[in-house]
Structure formats: C-alpha cells, structure tokens
Design a protein around this ligand. Structure first.
Ligand code: WQD
Length: 344
C-alpha cells in the first residue's frame, strides 16, 4: 500500500526522477514547485512514464506558509516529505549569499514548521557532499568533520543541524542524504537534466557540446594532485540516486521516532574530468573537443564517497555504470536538444 508523499522541488532534475520511482512504487504524490529552475513539462512526462495519474501539483515557493498549507491539504494527510527545493549553484552562492540563506535555510524552516502544524514529522532532506569542504582523507565517511567552504554548503549543513535539533526536541524521523555528483537521465530519454542558461556542471555542458549547442568544453585545471591532473568526483546515475530516496523513505516510515540518519549517497568510485570525457566518447562514439584551462575558483581536487553506511542501513548501493550514465544522458540530450523548452 503506497503512502502520500509531498515532494518539494519535484519538477527538478533529481526531483522528477525521484517522483517517477515513487509513482512506480505505488505512492501518491503532491509536488510543490515554483518552477524557477524547472519546467512543468517534466511532471507531465513523469506521469506519462508512470502510466498513472497519482501526482498533484501545487505551484509556489516553499517559503510561503500559505502555499505549504495548500499542499498539505490538497489531497489529504501527508505521510512523509522529500525536500529538494533549494538553490545549488556553488559560484552563485558566493556571489549572492543572502539569497541562499533565505531560500535554503529559511525555506527549510518554514517547511518544518508547516510539517509540525500538519502533524507530519517524517522528512528526507536533500543535502550535499560539499559539506566536507576540501577533505584529505578518502573515501569520505559520514563521521568526517564537516568544513563547508561556500554559502551553498554552509546553508545545507545548517539545515542538517536544524533537523538534528528537531529530532532531539520531538518525534521526528529525518534522513539527510549527502549527494555527490548526479548525472545521466531516465533511459527513456523523456526526462533529464535541463539547466537554465550556460550549464555550471560538467555533464550537461559536455552533452550540450555533443549536441552542438556549445563549441568546446573547458576543463578547469589539469594540475590537481590526481592521476591525470584533472578534478575527481563521485558521479552517480540519477536513477540510482532516485532509488536511494525511495528506499530511504520506506525505511524512515518504518522507524520509531525520533530517528535521524545521515548518509553519503555516491558510488564510492572517483572519476576525473578526463575519465568522464573519455567514457562519454567511448559510450557514444562522439568526440568532445576541449581545452585545458585554469582551475575554477572554489573547486576542490577530489570528492569521493564511502557509501557503506547506506548499504548497511538500507541495503542500497549504486548499480549503474559510467557507460549507462553517458548513454542515458546522451539519449536525453539528443531527444531534447533544448531541454523541456520547445525549439524556437
Ligand atoms: C565537476 C568537475 C570541475 C564544468 C556539483 C554541484 C553541487 C553539488 C556537487 C550537490 C570539477 C569540472 C566542470 C566544466 C570542468 N551537488 N568541470 N568544466 O563542482 O562537483 O559540484 O556537485 O550537492 O551543487 O554543482 O560539479 O559538474 O560543476 O564539476 O572541468 O565546464 O568538472 O572543475 O572538477 P561540482 P561540476
């Protein structure tokens, strides 16, 4: 028997893929999204793929308590919440910290207050591996000291601390999922990553080069202390990440309260920028022209998960390969050169 789940930011890249996995698992969904950095088309396609219409949409901002009341009331009692809505561009957070503290921290605070008011205290929170800052021990376990170095990560860690306090004060069940680098798309090619403007992230920039939307990839730095000098990250297929949310939610819904869980959600494998480019070329037969340029400010040399706790607690591990990430990411880009926006 499915539950009724509120998904904030459910039209986004990770949110839409998680909605699809939740629908396939038999849940009923209420999605709250302001569509600032997402498109309602994604949710239409999610329902098409799921083949069932158990998804209601409330348009609005998570910082508006009246909008949240509408979301909690529109279909009846909410059993749990997955909170994706937030800002996540590292460089932007440095340039505009107040906006990040407002949306990410204040938005989470207003959401938690609305949950209390509506008697729902089960929450999966979208956190980030960048709370570890520039670590020097790998792979990264959840016990590692956090040392966020930019406002994006600082806001996410602050929300984790707020949620820990809620679990100490009352009957809350919380999971903080620290994401590494989600990439790829649903294998149907119908939903995927659709960044507005010039992509900040490697994978969508690379697929846009492959699609001819961008001329050349700039590789930021080849003088890092890594096997080939380029930065190392833990890239995870977005479907693996989406499945981690469903497993986490099911786990939380069975837990006695209070319960708090912090998990690194990665593959445990570190790949360099050149590993990803070479993997993409091998998987697609395409060539990605690139230039080796200066490091990007704020980048760290390496982030790589130890995902053992997620395996032990949830029985979850990432299953999909770099080839599948590249194949599925390219299928989405090829079928949707302009993302969800209809070609001019
Ligand atoms: C990856 C690697 C770059 C672009 C992201 C999200 C952040 C967080 C963590 C969830 C780095 C290099 C990139 C390009 C390049 N996600 N690169 N050329 O910086 O790890 O952060 O994941 O919390 O929100 O932004 O990802 O894809 O930007 O960079 O060489 O055009 O690719 O230097 O080594 P990052 P990224």
């Amino acid at each position: 028997m499915g539950s009724r789940i509120l998904i904030t930011g459910g039209a986004g890249f990770i949110g839409s893929h998680t909605c699809l996995v939740l629908l396939d698992a038999g849940h009923e969904l209420v999605v709250l999204d302001n569509f600032d950095n997402s498109n309602p088309e994604a949710l239409k396609r999610v329902e098409e793929l799921a083949g069932r219409g158990a998804l209601s949409v409330v348009e609005g901002d998570v910082r508006q308590s009246d909008v949240l009341d509408q979301a909690f009331r529109c279909k009846g009692p909410i059993d749990g919440v997955i909170h994706f809505a937030g800002l996540k561009a590292v460089g932007e957070s440095v340039a505009d910290p107040l906006r990040y503290w407002d949306v990410n921290l204040n938005g989470s605070r207003v959401l938690a207050a609305a949950m209390e008011q509506h008697g729902c205290r089960t929450l999966v929170f979208s956190s980030t591996s960048t709370v570890y800052g520039e670590p020097d021990q790998f792979p990264l376990t959840e016990e590692l000291t956090t040392a966020p170095v930019h406002p994006y990560a600082q806001t996410k860690l602050a929300v984790e601390q707020m949620l820990q306090a809620l679990c100490r004060s009352g009957a809350w069940r919380v999971a903080c999922l620290r994401y590494f680098n989600p990439v790829g798309a649903h294998p149907s090619g119908r939903i995927g990553e659709d960044p507005l403007g010039i992509p900040n992230n490697l994978f969508p920039f690379m697929t846009q080069v492959a699609a001819g939307r961008r001329e050349r990839l700039q590789i930021f730095g080849n003088d890092y202390p890594t096997h080939d000098g380029t930065g190392i990250r833990d890239y995870i297929h977005v479907m693996d990440l989406a499945e981690a949310h469903t497993v986490t939610l099911d786990h939380l819904l069975k837990q006695p309260a209070p319960s708090i869980l912090t998990l690194n959600i990665g593959t445990g494998t570190g790949l360099s920028v050149l590993d990803v480019v070479n993997g993409f070329e091998a998987a697609t037969g395409l060539t990605i022209p690139y230039d080796l340029v200066e490091r990007r400010p704020g980048d760290v040399p390496r982030l790589q998960a130890c995902p053992e706790r997620a395996k032990t607690v949830l029985g979850w591990t990432a299953r999909r390969s770099l080839e599948e990430m590249c194949r599925d990411g390219w299928a989405w880009q090829q079928a949707n050169p302009m993302g969800y926006r209809k070609p001019a």
